[in-house]
Design a protein around this ligand. Structure first.
Ligand SMILES: O=C(O)[C@@H](CO)OP(=O)(O)O
Length: 206
């Protein structure tokens, strides 16, 4: 057995609440999002988890979620690396549009393909494959070494940057990844083997 990797999607954002495509727009957590982030920290504290390093994106909804978690576990000053490699997928021309308006304009199926498929990018934006092409090398180079040294690593990021990471981590296929949805503020705890494969996965939902 090797180390522990804890992935958390940020708490609900203002634009999640308004049902808008968000992507790289730097919107804040909603009131509920602040609570979800605190609750995520509380759950991890109850597990007795202590981190060796934290990683988050260049966007404040993820950074604030990260800080709430570190505060909750009593590690408010832990080394935290912020990197745009972990940013949400760039939604391109869809950024700022209402998701229901987009469905009315382009159809339910097309919007679902843009939101959840592996390799169909939204107009002017990144596909999940494109997102994985920046997230996975970053994981391998910057995060995995800590895990393989037996460390416990926190990653507070976004729905699609984490879907891309989980896809590679678990070896999920393109057709299967369509079904994977991540809840806001829900921690996922992976224990990894020494050969970097997944030994166990636990989702702290509810
Ligand atoms: O708007 C976004 O950037 C993302 C995540 O909130 O939305 P979706 O769930 O549609 O990928």
């Amino acid at each position: 057995m090797s180390g522990t990797l804890v992935l958390v999607r940020h708490g609900q954002s203002e634009w999640n609440l308004k049902n808008l495509f968000t992507g790289w727009r730097d919107v804040d957590l909603s009131e509920l999002g602040h609570e979800e982030a605190k609750a995520a920290g509380q759950k991890l504290k109850e597990r007795g988890l202590k981190f060796d390093i934290a990683f988050t994106s260049a966007l404040k909804r993820a950074q604030k979620t990260c800080q709430y978690i570190l505060d909750a576990v009593g590690q408010e000053n832990l080394q935290t690396i912020r990197d745009a490699a972990l940013n949400e997928r760039d939604y391109g021309d869809l950024n700022g549009l209402n998701k229901d308006d987009a469905r009315a304009k382009w159809g339910e199926e097309q919007v679902h393909i843009w939101r959840r498929s592996y390799d169909t990018p939204p107009p002017g934006g990144e596909s999940l494959k494109d997102t994985g092409a920046r997230v996975w090398p970053y994981y391998l180079h910057d995060m995995q070494p800590h895990v393989l040294r037996g460390g416990t690593v926190l990653v507070a990021a976004h729905g699609n940057s984490l879907r891309a990471l989980i896809m590679a981590l678990e070896g999920i296929s393109g057709p299967e990844i369509v079904k994977l949805e991540l809840g806001t503020g829900v921690p996922i705890i992976y224990m990894l083997n020494a050969d970097s494969t997944v030994a166990s996965k636990e989702v702290l939902a509810g």
